[in-house]
Ligand binder design. Structure first.
Ligand code: ADP
Ligand code: ZN
Length: 721
């Protein structure tokens, strides 16, 4: 048999497909192997791909693969997943590969070193040396700390044995983490929960792709129920993946998972140390890691045998990635489940319209948990009409709300104020000349962060110290803060209830998941009376003494022109309201709004999810918008606004015509028309659901003359625009 002369390698660069290489010396690496290959003067990472190669370069001229990595290979299923994802998102496959390779590339983290005997006797055998050699003769190799602990010798003894050639340093395999025990602590499910859990465990036990919507009010036991689906996968030796929209949410769940399965699950997100990445990546590939809980990037782990995927808070927009390869983690999870041929469970108290449409079409099976566990009641919701209940000038909490907070405090209970805005004030304005302080790189106001005494851009990270004089007219002390952020609400609470112990919970006031966990512990221990938080408080936690929720500004974002604004407000508000009254004490929610007649606010007031969804569905159907039609955003960005707009107009002129239901809106300045110093112009494609829109877009976009300094980004199913 002759050796293949041509090996296709997909590299982590934006080429349309794999490039051909000659085999390296030695064995021919099979598809899925991570390799380094020469590319011009550089070396890049890639994966041996399937197929026979492109055949463009003559075989004799092919350069050989430079290095074969010992990383766990990309499975055939993972390669299919990558191909599918590249086709759908219209991203070059090499850019999708980056998501897999970034996670795999963990050579840098050398494993812990330990010591093993060489077989040579030391020149002098003391009792201490003998103890070490006997231990290692039995154990093979151990980390220094383990040797010292087991024998009680000093580190000088170890050093002497190494220097004398009796021991040698070796790379220790990380000890395998104990597998979660599916029967560690079995729950006592209610009848309703048991019925739902039974359907899920039957599907996981049978194997094969099936999609479920686990639809239950906040506190109904969705987590409790999906843990049983995971247990079934673990019992049959398979793996389970739980995806969360935000890694901050893992803190609370880790403890719960540990209580159920005896050990904490493996965690995966972009902030892991290289050593932790290596451990999890390899453990997942070997099948040793049974349960992973992670952010959307966990979709790219090399699961050996995936038995079930859970997407918790499936409606959450945190699953959507807009940078680079634009994809929706929930949707890609469904694709991965079809390829892995395993069940997937989407859990939410406020499912997305996309998922509800899939239920209606019969593609997903809906399982319902209609009641809170243990008879707890959903909070009583009251809308506060801010036009009639305005607080004093410069304040943001209505008298109704502050009175309720004072009563809550007097009862020794906790309240939560929700405002989805970090910092002190979203806008700083000059009273003298009317100047508004903007980011020099973005179409955005700078947000005041008073505790850091600076103004910050929440889009590009631009920071300036807070000026004393107006940067425009030079007037001293003329700058005023407009509007509230959580810091300002905190200040207001301090004035109104000086005796209350307060805590701000926002992603920038905490150091990370651990600090967040500590904050949650403090709340649970009743060391805090009033929590003021952004959306990170909205979900996933259970505080029995939290009985009052105040939504500071329910209208926030309603007039932003975002197609999902109403849906998002409904979901977020429902989640936040659901924080109250989860224990034995009943909860109450006060929702401040300047627009209480708006459909979404009325639906929140009546707890009328079905009515809200029906109205929203009707509007989307009427306009051919998702989930009934498809949108694709094409964003052009570059240093010169005129040039970017010219290319946008060219695209609009050359757009495909005469396809029923297909139209192109724009070009128009994108919502953030300046971002990080680049001008952005957007075209919006609207197409019928059944159309293969990628096939229509590809030749059109490929033919556009786009110079290197202009970037064209395609976002299929855009969310934030
Ligand atoms: P959800 O995920 O729907 O918000 P959870 O699973 O977090 O609901 O359940 C809400 C609370 O009720 C949690 O504290 C959970 O431990 C508790 N709980 C739910 N079901 C049970 C059960 N069958 N037995 C004991 N506690 C339960
Ligand atoms: Zn900026």
């Amino acid at each position: 048999m002759s050796l293949p002369q041509r090996i296709p390698v997909l590299v982590t660069l934006p080429f349309p497909g794999p490039l051909d290489y000659a085999p390296p010396g030695g064995a021919v690496p099979p598809p899925g192997t991570f390799v380094d290959v020469p590319l011009g003067p550089r070396r890049v990472t890639g994966v041996v791909w399937d197929g026979a190669g492109e055949g463009i370069v003559a075989a004799a001229k092919l350069r050989p693969i430079a290095l074969v990595h010992d990383w766990p290979a990309m499975t055939a299923k993972a390669r299919r997943f990558l191909d599918w994802m590249a086709g759908y998102t219209m991203a070059p496959p090499g850019m999708v590969l980056r998501h897999f390779a970034n996670a795999a590339n963990n050579d840098a983290a050398a494993p812990v070193t330990g010591y093993a005997p060489t077989g040579r006797q030391p020149d002098r055998v003391t009792p201490a040396r003998k103890a070490v050699l006997e231990l290692l003769a039995a154990e093979g190799a151990l980390a220094p700390a383990a040797i010292l602990a087991a024998t009680g010798v000093t580190s000088g003894v170890l050093r002497g044995l190494v220097d004398g050639g009796a021991l040698r340093p070796v790379a220790l395999a990380a000890p395998p983490a104990p597998r979660p025990d599916p029967d560690f602590a079995l729950p006592a499910l209610s009848e309703g929960q048991a019925a739902v859990a039974g359907e899920l465990t039957a599907a996981v036990g049978a194997g094969g792709y099936r999609a479920f919507l686990l639809d239950g009010v906040t506190g109904s036991g969705k987590t409790e129920v999906y843990l049983e689906a995971i247990a079934t996968a673990l019992r049959s030796g398979r793996q389970a993946l739980v995806l969360l929209p935000e890694i901050a949410l893992t803190a609370g769940l880790l403890e719960r998972f540990a209580a159920r399965f005896g050990v904490a699950p493996a965690v995966w997100h972009s902030d892991l140390t290289p050593a932790a990445r290596r451990r999890v990546w390899r453990g997942v590939a070997a099948g040793a890691v049974g349960l992973v809980i992670g952010a959307r990037s966990a979709l790219f782990l090399p699961f050996a045998d995936l038995g079930v995927i859970i997407v918790d808070e499936e409606h959450d927009q945190g699953f959507k990635q807009d940078d680079g390869v634009a994809y929706h983690g929930r949707d890609m999870a469904v694709v991965r489940a079809t390829i892995e041929d395993c069940p997937i469970v989407l859990a939410s108290a406020t499912p997305s319209l996309e998922t509800l449409a899939n239920v209606e079409a019969g593609r997903y099976r809906r399982l319902v948990l209609p009641e809170r566990h243990g008879g707890a009641m959903l909070p009583e919701v009251q809308i506060v009409d801010m036009r009639a209940n305005a607080p004093e000038r410069g304040n943001f909490l209505s008298p109704v709300l502050t009175r309720a907070m004072a009563e809550c405090l007097a009862r020794g209970e906790q309240s939560l104020l929700f405002l989805n805005r970090r910092g002190y004030a979203p806008l700083t304005l000059c009273r003298h000349c009317g100047h508004r302080i903007e980011c020099p790189n973005c179409t955005a106001w700078l947000v005041e962060h008073r505790n850091r005494r600076q103004l910050e851009c929440h889009h590009c990270g631009h920071i300036v110290p807070k000026p004393h004089a107006c940067p425009e007219c030079g007037e001293e002390d003329s700058l005023v803060a407009c509007g509230p952020g959580v810091e300002r609400i905190d200040e207001e609470v301090a004035n109104i209830l000086p005796q209350a112990r307060r805590l701000i919970l926002a992603s920038d006031t905490l150091g990370g998941p651990l600090a967040l966990a500590a904050a949650f512990d403090a709340i649970a221990a009743r060391e805090v009376d009033v929590v003021i938080g952004t959306q990170i408080v909205a979900k996933g936690h259970h505080f029995p003494f939290l009985t009052l929720v105040g939504v500071v500004d329910a209208d926030l974002g309603l007039d932003g022109g975002d197609l999902r604004a109403g849906e998002r407000i409904f979901q977020l508000t429902t989640q936040v309201v659901g924080r109250a009254g989860r224990g034995e004490r009943p909860g109450r929610a006060l929702i401040q709004s300047f627009d209480p007649e708006a459909g979404v606010i009325r639906a929140i007031a009546r707890n009328d999810r079905d009515g809200f969804v029906a109205a929203e569905q009707a509007a989307r159907k009427r306009h051919g918008l998702p989930p009934y039609g498809r949108l694709v955003a094409i964003i052009l960005s570059g240093p010169d606004q005129g040039e970017v707009m010219t290319i946008g107009r060219h695209l609009a002129r050359t757009a495909p015509r005469d396809i029923e239901g297909f139209d192109v809106l724009g070009p128009a300045p994108a919502p953030l028309s300046l971002l990080r110093g680049r001008h952005r112009v957007r075209l919006l494609v609207r197409a019928p659901r059944r159309l293969n829109v990628q096939a229509v877009l590809r030749p059109w976009l490929d033919a556009a003359p786009v110079p290197g300094r202009v970037r064209m980004q395609v976002d299929v199913d855009p969310y934030h625009f």
